[in-house]
Design a protein around this ligand. Sequence first.
Ligand code: FAD
Length: 484
Amino acid sequence: PVGLVWFRRDLRASDHAALYHALRECAQVHCVFVFDTEILTNLPRADMRVEFIRESLVQLDEALRALAGCAEAGLIVRHGLASDEVPRLAEALGAQAVYANHDDEPQALARDARVRTALAGAGRRLHTFKDHVVFERSEVLTQSGAPYSVFTPYKAAWLRKLEPFYLTAYPTERHAHRLARRPPGERRPVPALDALGFLPTRLSSLRMPPGLHGAQQLLDEFLTRIDQYHTARDYPAVKGPSYLSAHLRFGTLSPRLAAGLAQQLSLAGQPGAATWLSELVWRDFYVQILAHHPHVATRSFKPAYDAISWESGPRAEALFLAWCEGRTGYPLVDAAMAQLNQTGYMHNRLRMVTASFLVKDLGIDWRWGERYFAEKLTDYDLAANNGGWQWASSSGCDAQPYFRIFNPVTQSEKFDPEGRFIRRYLPALAALPGPAVHAPWRARPLDLAEAGITLGRDYPLPLVDHDAARQRTLERYAVVRAPG
Ligand code: FAD
């Protein structure tokens, strides 16, 4: 039989579940990626993710041809509605079955259901596989068979279940000769960005190399310092984290490979690797939360939190815009938003600080922030982003309690003690000496004058007073307190 592998968030040729199964079961295997107009039409014309994907596809195409050992094999790329394009291509190629990897986001499930129905109408099948995470859906359950909603016991169960089998790579090389030559009309290079209706972004000028080579380069570099991860990860001015999130998001790095390396080093006694493995468990945790509780995509995990009344009207919109643009007057928050706006990445500690600030200092609905991150993050992932926002707003499973409210100045003093990160992203404050950089409104007038800074002109005054905002938040959250 003929099979068609449909690539989505798994842009690699090695250790790929759907590709492996297709190669095992079919005499001839074609490969396709669809730039899905259902997704693309909602994106800004300059979008780093589209460029990241496009560059990654060029490398995937090369990798598939190398795997096949044939220049005429490779990736077929379509631009259209995936739910039309995939069944149409399957028919044109005479494929009896389409192979893809699970994507448990609600929209993706709906799309896959449409594709499955369309294929079935013509007697074809859609086979899907776990690939994106180590454990998914109902693989890790409590003793009573319920999904976990608290991380610590979930992680313990996840680690208990982690046998080598689950980390073994799918050997796609085994039947690679079955990768088919593309039909002559399909042997086109991956379309350029402008052919897709998009503009180039700053991606190539950032240290965020895309594709399989980018993933390998970042992974190799991270492995030289993974032993420091547990101590360095919280300080945005230093190279602590792996910066692999976009690669895990788009599958240019295998999650099994990542978890396997982390586990090996962790077993060898490296605490940094053990902490990093924990982060990969968080990734699986939120994916299974979304799969079991799809309502979180639009509502609070804990329904009581939907009763909270958020700021609204023009004042809320002005506060939100100031947050988006990094004009809150709190340097760590503003520097973090500048990092997001300029690079499409934000350090994890700062994601927590900025999310908490939006929700608990400005009183804005977490969904507004969630949407903004979704638009800007190259690593945007519905499950992780929603999990992070609901954690910060306290509405999520295993979230921080609502009365724990980050103090943006204390966070700044603790995690960017010398203000190196702040000065990197807020040049207006670069000359401000010492600790004043955490709270310029508290700086000595002489220091401000010597640094040439007039507050309100060169850098904003604080948008809100943190202590007063904290009080308002405690009142706002009173509705979630258990009655009695
Ligand atoms: P590392 O520290 O090197 O972590 C390794 C990997 O573990 C990450 O690449 C990621 O895949 C995973 N991971 C780490 N922390 C988490 C977490 N808390 N939840 C789920 N997975 C995690 N992560 C995303 O991948 N996409 C998002 O859209 C996203 N939005 C977030 C929004 C908020 C408000 C918060 C608080 C966190 C969010 N995170 C998101 C989680 C985390 O901040 C990022 O995964 C991390 O900063 C990515 O950088 P890294 O690859 O250098 O991380």
